[in-house]
Design a protein around this ligand. Structure first.
Ligand SMILES: [Cu+2]
Length: 159
């Protein structure tokens, strides 16, 4: 038993050491309908020191790009940006209607309940690159209207 506990502790501290210099919170990918070829991935990034998100990869998509949404002549348009600046200590939101990761050339439908691996490449001020993989759960399109969702089935309802 003691042996098991120490293994668990080692695993936990190794996990902490492996933590990236950018904190990634609440990653998610928007579910698609059949035949849809593109979707968005969203998350909140907080860098410990000034850095940049420079590259995105995901096995579900042939092409992954960093996009921004911006008003252009009163029309909301999105365009690719070469990188996303992450100022130290400042949370940067990737969310519907703003910056997002565009997953294009999807190889299959992305369904609610799936978990999509997304690889993020960050570049520090010194030019050093760091690769971090996150597992982004797939949420239905309605999730963009808020995080409320359906209440969990009444767990206390026992017979
Ligand atoms: Cu886009």
């Amino acid at each position: 038993m003691k042996y098991l506990i120490s293994i668990a502790l080692i695993a936990a501290s190794a996990g902490a050491l492996a933590q990236s210099s950018v904190e990634i919170k609440d990653p998610w990918v928007r579910a698609t309908v059949a035949q849809q070829k593109a979707t968005g991935a969203f998350m909140q990034l907080t860098a410990k020191a000034d850095s940049k998100l420079v590259e995105i990869k995901s096995p579900v998509a042939g092409v992954a790009e960093i996009h921004e949404m911006a008003m252009d002549n009163n029309v909301m348009k999105m365009r690719q940006v070469p990188g996303l600046a992450l100022p130290a200590g400042q949370p940067v939101e990737l969310k519907p209607g703003g910056y997002h990761v565009m997953l294009q050339d999807l190889k299959a439908q992305v369904k609610e309940g799936d978990v999509v691996p997304v690889t993020l490449v960050f570049e520090g001020k010194d030019g050093k690159r760091e690769t971090v993989e996150v597992k982004a759960p797939v949420k239905p399109i309605a999730a963009m209207q808020g995080m409320a969702g359906k209440p969990a089935p009444a767990a206390g309802h026992k017979h």
